[in-house]
Design a protein around this ligand. Sequence first.
Ligand SMILES: NC(=O)c1ccc[n+]([C@@H]2O[C@H](COP(=O)([O-])OP(=O)(O)OC[C@H]3O[C@@H](n4cnc5c(N)ncnc54)[C@H](O)[C@@H]3O)[C@@H](O)[C@H]2O)c1
Length: 296
Amino acid sequence: MKNIVVIGAGTMGNGIAHTFAQTGFTVNLVDVSQSALDKGIATITKNLDRIISKGNMTEDQKANTLGNISTFTNLGDCAAKADLIVEAATENLDLKLKIFKQMDELAPEKCILATNTSSISITKIASVTNRPEKVIGMHFMNPVPIMKLVEIIKGYSTSKETFDEIYEMSKTLGKVPVEVNDYPGFVANRILMPMINEAIETLYNGVAGVEEIDTVMKLGMAHPMGPLQLADFIGLDVCLAILNVMHDGFKNPKYAPNPLLVNMVTAGKMGVKSGEGFYDYSESRKAEKVSKMFAK
Ligand SMILES: NC(=O)c1ccc[n+]([C@@H]2O[C@H](COP(=O)([O-])OP(=O)(O)OC[C@H]3O[C@@H](n4cnc5c(N)ncnc54)[C@H](O)[C@@H]3O)[C@@H](O)[C@H]2O)c1
């Protein structure tokens, strides 16, 4: 594998592009939005500078990494030579089905089609293609260049050859792949999202404030980050979408998203990416309490 296409230049897409490019792959990064592409490249550049400042990369390596990445607003302009396409567009079933139909039409027959979806069925995504055996989940974690885990999710029809190839290739990226079967939320989000939803419920019920809840989980459970801050980093819209998929998939009320989460997403408060979530990121990147969130 040499030529990788990454679809979506948002939180995850730019991190995935960065990771492949730094390992020496040729990366074509695609987004419908030119400004998302510009922002994605700016984020990758900033993250590479941070690695240099820690003494873990040279200016030449940074230039090579950036030189490995090209950007496109049209998948048709770069899909023909792809060995692997990793889709990291917005977490929405209809959108992903549309994108996978396009990927299947435009990519060469040998190309593996992967999705970074957090929760949507790989089997369902694969069913709209003519190559379900070559469709697989590659669930990277945020921030991708730093986090070691990749859940490798086998759809019902994913072949052993496809699984083995992606599993081994993930190791060349310096990641630790974990084999997972295709059920809503897979492993990571099936366990994480109920905790985040419960933290939001705790806030909603007025049991404690944002910082207090996060402090309990950081100092009491040795979590590096509290669940509300983590939700801000993941994106509250992404958390809501994942909970909805698990709620629909298992028909179990325990996964129903808390009304406060629904309200915040409806109001455009998505967390870090929108500048405000449970904390305020507008003036500095430092998390600050959004006091009005407490007003009930
Ligand atoms: N945020 C996380 O922590 C996290 C972690 C693991 C997996 N994921 C998954 O990764 C995927 C992307 O999430 P994100 O957080 O990066 O979202 P995001 O909102 O930051 O970025 C999504 C990007 O997709 C682009 N896009 C939308 N439609 C497109 C299309 N048709 N073609 C090309 N680009 C398109 C948007 O312009 C946007 O730039 C989702 O499936 C999400 O569930 C997210």
